[in-house]
Write a protein that binds this ligand. Structure first.
Ligand code: ADP
Ligand code: GLC
Length: 479
């Protein structure tokens, strides 16, 4: 099939979270299965620096000013770049300034991205022609299906929810600036709670909706997971137009056998390398070097979604009890949460270390080094670090929600016996439940059972080829 993906992030060019990882892998998996795939992305400053050589496809005077759509090859995939320096040529994060304040013109910035995606779907690039499917990701591209509708285009659209909590809500007055008709501003349209919602536009106007795990697809038909949108999602579900397709792991980027960031590569039949990575990280963070001490890690945006507060509580308690564990955090986000982890590290310098910030290489080294990766999320559409953990033999300890519930099997007596256990799962949103799961893990640490759970974890297949097949099936359903 001929597919155009529209996205605001693409690994390794620009990344704030899992969305980038998905777009850095799915198009390639689709191309491998024979699809003709291209991607459209804003020409942010970072992207311009990485990809200075482009060819011009078309220029238009739009509602967002003068916009040029450029084209380049990106590792064998055709990449369209939306070049509008007044909107995208900025330092740092794609959505907000250095003080975490959203850019005040995001409505126009991502309106233009959505517009460009729809224009390309309508044949803006005469050489490529029209795709069969416009596949838009998250609120930043939610208006693309609305433009297709408004322009009465026959091109089919799929909208993927990576996180329903981010909705792209703007004042209604902006609608006119976006060249969309006021008739779209209604409940049966893109109005939501008295505002204009990019996400709802995607949900309402796309021919099919997907989200990134089966469990999250079910959860978002109910509150509170639906964040107010359960009515629309229930309707779309009953029409057969809502599916859950699990994300994968990009083997070219995440594989302990050939991960160039590691101190020493390793694989299932040669696990000594994992210990070398552990020692190197303990040294790097100034923790006592001891491979027998259980080493936990968390690599995450620090927001309430991720349950870092539950973890802080549980760790405070366990460390006060004298639990012989080590913990290293890599993350950034809400300043209060960052500070709380720094305080914990200051109180237990021999057991806790934190790296506040974003560091791709360190994330690989930590996942290889640790024994457990923590993902105690309140909600999690899919989650990727638990998948990386499985692949690296770093057992995931997760809350039973969304994609975490779909990808990790708790090590209870039955699953240990029938050899399906791959990690540790707790259900209740509480630090007690998390502490109990930590106890369960600590009791198994160092045992032969641990080694066999680790083996089962490493044997899981989360290759992107599976998702690529599933997306193809769902594209067929748009007709
Ligand atoms: P989300 O997209 O909600 O942030 P995911 O688990 O899907 O959660 O994806 C997060 C991605 O971002 C993973 O690739 C993870 O390794 C990476 N990541 C998160 N925080 C950091 C950080 N501070 N440094 C490096 N990588 C990070
Ligand atoms: C979102 C979700 C995360 C998911 C990622 C990629 O950021 O929070 O759970 O893995 O998108 O789909």
């Amino acid at each position: 099939m001929k597919i155009l993906h529209a996205t605001s992030e693409l690994y390794p060019l620009i990344k704030t979270g899992g969305l980038a990882d998905v777009l850095g892998a799915l198009p390639f998996a689709q191309q491998k299965r024979g699809d003709d795939v291209r991607v459209v992305l804003p020409y942010y400053r970072k992207v311009r620096e990485a990809l200075p050589e482009t060819i011009e496809i078309a220029s238009r005077d739009t509602f967002g000013g003068y916009v040029t759509v450029r084209f380049t090859d990106f590792n064998g995939i055709g990449l369209y770049l939306v070049d509008a320096p007044h909107l995208f040529d900025r330092e740092g994060n794609p959505y907000h300034d250095a003080h975490y304040t959203d850019y005040s013109d995001n409505v126009i910035r991502f309106g233009v991205l959505s517009w460009a995606a729809a224009a390309l779907a309508c044949g803006l690039d005469e050489n490529w022609g029209k795709p069969e499917i416009l596949h838009a990701h998250d609120w930043q591209t939610g208006l693309a299906p609305a433009y297709l509708k408004h322009w009465q285009s026959p091109v089919r659209s799929v909208f993927t929810i990576h996180n329903i909590a981010y909705q792209g809500m703007f004042q209604a007055k902006h609608l006119a600036e976006l060249d969309l008709p006021s008739s779209m501003y209604q409940v049966e349209g893109l109005e939501f709670n008295g505002q204009l919602s990019f996400l709802k536009a995607g949900l309402f106007y796309a021919d099919h909706i997907t989200t990134v795990s089966p469990t999250y697809a079910a959860e978002i038909t109910q509150e509170p997971a639906a964040c107010g949108l359960h009515g629309l999602l229930q309707t779309r579900h009953s029409e057969g137009r809502l599916s859950g397709i699990l994300n994968g792991v990009d083997d070219a980027v995440w594989n302990p056998q050939h991960d160039k960031h590691l101190e020493k590569p390793y694989h299932l039949r040669a696990m000594q390398g994992k210990k070398v990575n552990k020692t190197a990280i303990q040294e790097q963070f100034g923790l006592p070097v001891d491979t027998d001490t259980l080493l936990l890690t968390m690599i995450s945006r620090l927001t309430s979604q991720k349950g870092a507060d539950l973890l802080l509580d549980a760790l405070n308690r366990k460390l006060a009890e004298g639990a012989p564990l080590q913990f290293i955090l890599l993350g950034s986000g809400v300043p209060g949460i960052e500070q709380a982890f720094k305080t914990l590290a200051a109180a237990y310098p021999n057991q806790v270390a934190v790296h506040i910030g974003y560091d791709e290489e360190l994330s690989h080294r930590l996942i290889a080094a640790a024994d457990i990766i923590l993902v105690p999320s309140r909600f999690e559409p899919c989650g990727l670090t638990q998948l990386y953990g499985l692949k690296y033999g770093t057992l995931p300890l997760v809350r039973k929600t969304g994609g975490l519930a779909d990808t990790v099997v708790d090590s209870d007596n039955a699953s240990i016996k029938n050899k399906t256990a791959t990690g540790f799962v707790f259900e209740e949103v509480s630090s007690e439940a998390l502490s109990n799961a930590l106890n369960q893990a600590a009791n198994l640490w160092g045992s032969r059972t641990w080694s066999s759970i680790r083996k089962q974890a490493m044997q899981q297949d989360f290759g992107w080829h599976i998702a690529a097949e599933n997306y193809n099936e769902c594209y067929q359903q748009t007709y």
